[in-house]
Design a protein around this ligand. Sequence first.
Ligand code: ADP
Ligand code: MG
Length: 283
Amino acid sequence: MIKTAGLCFRYAGGGRNALSDIDLEINDGDFFGIIGSSGAGKSTLTYALNGLVPHHFRGDFAGEVTVNGLDTRRSAPEALARHVGSVFQDIDSQMLASVVEDEILFGLENFAIPREEIERRVEDSLASTGISELRRRSVSSLSGGQKQKVAIAAIVALRPAIVVLDEPTGELDPQSSRRVFEILKDLNEDHGVTIVLVEQKIMLLCEFAKRLAVMGSGSLILSGPVKDVLSHAEELEEAGVNIPRVAALARRLEERGLYQGDVPLDIGRARIMIEGILCDASF
Ligand SMILES: Nc1ncnc2c1ncn2[C@@H]1O[C@H](COP(=O)(O)OP(=O)(O)O)[C@@H](O)[C@H]1O
Ligand SMILES: [Mg+2]
């Protein structure tokens, strides 16, 4: 479980707080999405969860962050890495090896995983991310989507309880983006891994996440179950977040007194909503 209480952080030399008074709880097994405009503090929040803030990025830190009961200020990032695996925004800077399997081996050897266990972990992590056939490929020959999967496989092999990913689909086409989300969903549902995901693709996020947080100017503007967050259209707009068009349509129908009910998140549900309205109307 992740808990932040009164978390504030200002980068050394930074003009304003990158994080202001963040109170957040992320439960075990959650699929937690974070959205917000550029500069809102999303990446900084992920650094606060894996200990890079305050251990790597220096600045003024206040409040408390605990990850599985460990206070991040008192635990080294290497110790926290056993609980939280991180996939960073800049994927190329994260890749250390030139061959895919070495990328996965590197972390396992760093964690001093026993030799006999290593082979099983490599095979399992490649299989669970659907890239067993890439095992001996050179990293530089991979597409963006394939590299993302390798980065996720290398983290999964370490079996952290929590995986934090910062805009993992930023460079990917819609199909590869969906595939990454599906891999995360399998990890979450089949292996109980807690997923914390910063993402701009709001439709995908709303489809896959269980809970959402919206950030703006370093603050947590909204957080809660996806449908509850989407019902706050004005705050979302102020935070520069475009809600899915089907959700916006539902809201307009609601304003006109034509609809009351759950916010539809996909075309199928929107269709049911509209059919319901047409049925009720006396044409
Ligand atoms: N290494 C850094 N040093 C100083 N300021 C930074 C650094 N990284 C980010 N910031 C500042 O912190 C704020 C939040 O940035 P960031 O967490 O990267 O936002 P986001 O990921 O939502 O785009 C921004 O004002 C940004 O300029
Ligand atoms: Mg960022």
